[in-house]
Design a protein around this ligand. Structure first.
Ligand SMILES: Cc1cn([C@H]2C[C@H](O)[C@@H](COP(=O)(O)OP(=O)(O)O[C@H]3O[C@@H](C)[C@H](O)[C@@H](O)[C@H]3O)O2)c(=O)[nH]c1=O
Length: 400
């Protein structure tokens, strides 16, 4: 199991150096997913003890059921909307050298007052985007009412952006897993994942959407067999709502449904530390949100992005900004098929039933090229500094 590496330069037991990370869980697993991963990496790369303030510990427990293992490095504080409680929590804690509010989650007044005294580096950790404006705004300060500057940290794929979250041992972990069938078998058994599959294996972790019945039809009508590992439940909910599957189908983890050449498998929710392994076992993926998107990038496999919907089509700009960059050098036929399907998946574009099947067949006809291009893109990103390496430079905190 991938796990937090104990920092080699482990500070003494009383940890003089502390970072505070604040998370508000809005919905889904994105806020807690990024916030927890960031906390682990602060401990791993910068040898900081992290005090993680979170308003929904239940969401964290779902993602990190084994979190007690990390308690020496990551102390979890329940963040309540009660200033008196926050004041009490602050009474016994060390001053932080770094405070990160994730996704503009607005810090409590008592914390802002404490920061005015101890003057830590203050970051707002922003959503991921490949848009140019985010690169321009990355690391820009904004003067706040408590007299401190707050810096905006924009994760991104551009070398001048805030980078992407990546573990130091990621590549070694992936190689070890892929080279050892025994590890793969043990992983499948542990989570009740089928040992074999029919055709190409896709991991599908996506949102509920009206496109799913149409995509199921597309897969059934295509020439090639395909197996979908359905994670997270929302795609299954959409299929059930559209009466594409019977009310009692795919109810339990491990349930399988075969529809012609299409095999659907409901898979369990795994701890975040195991999520990468689902991607490593798959030939391709549909991912959603931000964290699973970045994990698919690291895995280096072909994938679609079912992006989190925002008002005013903001998400479509984000989607296009990323794929316009990533697919710039692709062969025209592959790029057109991919872009048409990507738009269709995200509720825009103009494919009808036969156009969808044709696009899918064109994509499959260029499969090996797609696999290669996805790997090349991933390697290019692996060669860039990660977000934590960039943060170490920016903050002058020592890197492990
Ligand atoms: C399927 C699965 C996911 N995961 C993890 C991987 C990720 O860390 C996390 C999912 O997070 P995301 O991919 O970001 O998708 P999400 O849809 O859950 O989160 C979203 O939340 C919104 C509030 C944000 O604004 C969105 O941009 C997005 O981040 O769940 C597991 O740990 N086990 C699992 O079995």
């Amino acid at each position: 199991m991938q796990s937090l590496n104990l920092p080699v330069c482990a500070p003494p037991a009383d940890f003089a150096t502390e970072a505070w990370v604040f998370i508000r869980v809005i919905d889904n697993f994105g806020d807690v997913g990024v916030g927890w991963r960031l906390s682990c990496l602060l401990a791993e790369f910068l040898c900081l003890r992290v005090r993680l303030w979170i308003d929904d510990v239940g969401a964290l427990d779902r993602l990190v059921p084994e979190r007690a293992v990390y308690q020496a490095q990551i102390v979890v504080e329940v963040w309540q909307d009660d200033e008196a409680v926050v004041q009490r929590q602050l009474a016994d804690v060390t001053d932080p050298v770094l405070v990160i509010e994730t996704f503009g989650c607005d810090l409590p007044p008592a914390v802002l007052a404490r920061m005015a005294e101890c003057r830590p580096l203050w970051l707002n950790w922003e959503y991921l985007t490949a848009e140019d404006w985010a690169v321009d705004l990355h690391a820009m300060p904004s003067l706040q009412a408590n007299g401190l500057a707050k810096y905006f940290w924009f994760m991104g794929i551009d070398a001048a952006s805030g980078g992407l979250l990546r573990e130091a041992d990621y590549v070694a972990e992936r190689a070890a897993f892929l080279q050892q069938p025994g590890l793969q078998q043990a992983f499948r058994q542990r989570y009740g994942l089928p040992l074999r599959h029919n055709g190409r294996l896709w991991l599908v972790f996506a949102y509920a959407a009206v496109c799913w019945p149409q995509w199921m039809l597309m897969w059934q009508q295509a020439d090639t067999p395909i197996t979908l590992w359905l994670a997270g439940g929302q795609v299954i909910d959409s299929l059930r709502a559209a009466q594409v599957i019977a009310p009692d189908a795919l109810q339990q983890d491990g349930d399988v449904l075969v529809l012609d050449k299409l095999t659907l498998v409901r898979i369990p929710f795994v701890p975040q530390a195991a999520f990468d392994r689902l991607l490593w076992l798959a030939d391709a993926a549909i991912v959603r949100g931000e964290d699973s998107f970045v994990r698919a990038l690291w895995a280096g496999l072909p994938f679609f992005w079912h992006i989190y919907q925002q008002d005013d089509e903001v998400h479509i700009h984000k989607l296009h900004a990323f794929w316009n960059r990533a697919t710039a050098g692709w062969p025209v036929g592959l790029r057109e098929a991919f872009m048409a399907l990507s738009d269709d998946l995200n509720g825009t574009g103009s494919l009808d039933g036969s156009g969808r099947v044709r696009a899918w067949q064109n994509l499959c006809a260029s499969w090996q090229i797609w696999v290669k291009l996805a790997a090349v893109w991933s390697e290019m990103l692996h060669a860039q500094d990660s977000a934590l390496e960039k943060l170490a430079r920016f903050s002058h905190l020592p890197l492990k």
